[in-house]
Design a protein around this ligand. Structure first.
Ligand code: 6PG
Length: 247
């Protein structure tokens, strides 16, 4: 029985969990606490974390770099980006620039473990190709799709996630790991991981803030199949655990 988005707090299922928060600041704190605990409890040598962009996650990154900084073994953290805008890293719209300001300047992650999307490449496609080559080199194993330890995602007002916007052929991409895409709002040129990469994550945390997104979330909860024809995020088919945090 779907939980109403405006209603009660949790919708635990075998693979997904939904929590609703009274405001964004409580969502930020809960998300940062969960991420810090995942990293601290991680047994492996590296905790491979894919970051999302936009406005929502910045509050989480700031808490990770301050309130929770001492609880995280930063030497094991390896950062990747789920998407970025095709702008220089110093541009105000850069997702990498946002993470640098909110987190990287505060914590001691080894520079070789920080993998931004190379938006200085000659074209969005060249940036996507270069990022995929890096992924295959760093986490590609024998060529199988890498399984990131935690994938952070957001959702736009049109149901996009990462930079997988409605209506593009990037939604149907099944072999490339990283592609160029186009956003309906500037900066129009984007670089994004594709669904095969997103779906392979061991855990996915989807952070959604803003009242305007509640109707889409309700559609997804009420009728996922119909929602999938309209909203890219409803086409996610994660292999691992999914946690929705809604504020
Ligand atoms: C981006 C993000 C994008 C974001 C959504 C939601 O580059 O913009 O990766 O997918 O998660 O647009 O953004 P907000 O959380 O700021 O509304």
């Amino acid at each position: 029985m779907p939980t109403t988005i405006g209603g009660c707090c949790d919708m635990p299922t075998p693979t997904s969990h939904l929590r609703i928060f009274p405001d964004a600041s409580q969502l930020f704190h809960a998300a940062a606490a969960e991420i810090a605990q995942m990293i601290a409890n991680h047994n492996g040598e590296r905790f491979r974390l894919v970051l999302s962009g936009g406005r929502t996650p910045e509050g989480v990154y700031q808490l990770l770099g301050t309130t929770f900084a001492d609880a995280i073994p930063w030497g094991k953290v390896e950062l990747f980006w789920g998407d970025d805008r095709y702008v220089p890293h110093h541009h105000p719209a850069s997702n990498f620039g946002m993470v640098r300001r909110s987190l990287l300047e505060r914590v001691p992650i080894p520079p070789g473990q920080v993998h931004p999307i190379p938006t200085s490449a000659v074209s969005p496609t060249a940036a996507a190709t270069a990022y995929e080559e890096m992924l295959r080199r760093v986490v590609g194993g024998q060529g199988e799709v890498p399984r990131f330890d935690l994938l952070l995602l957001g959702m736009g007002d049109d149901g996009h996630t990462a930079s997988l916007f409605p209506g593009g052929d990037w939604l149907a991409e099944e072999s490339a790991w990283v592609v160029a895409s186009r956003a309906p709002v500037p900066p129009h040129d984007r670089i994004t991981l594709t669904f095969p990469l997103l779906n392979a994550a061991r855990r996915t945390m989807i952070l959604v803030t803003g009242e305007t997104k509640r109707p889409i979330l309700q559609e997804i909860l009420d009728n996922p199949a119909a929602a999938a024809t309209r909203y890219p995020i409803a086409n996610l088919s994660p292999q691992g655990e999914v946690r929705w945090l809604i504020g």
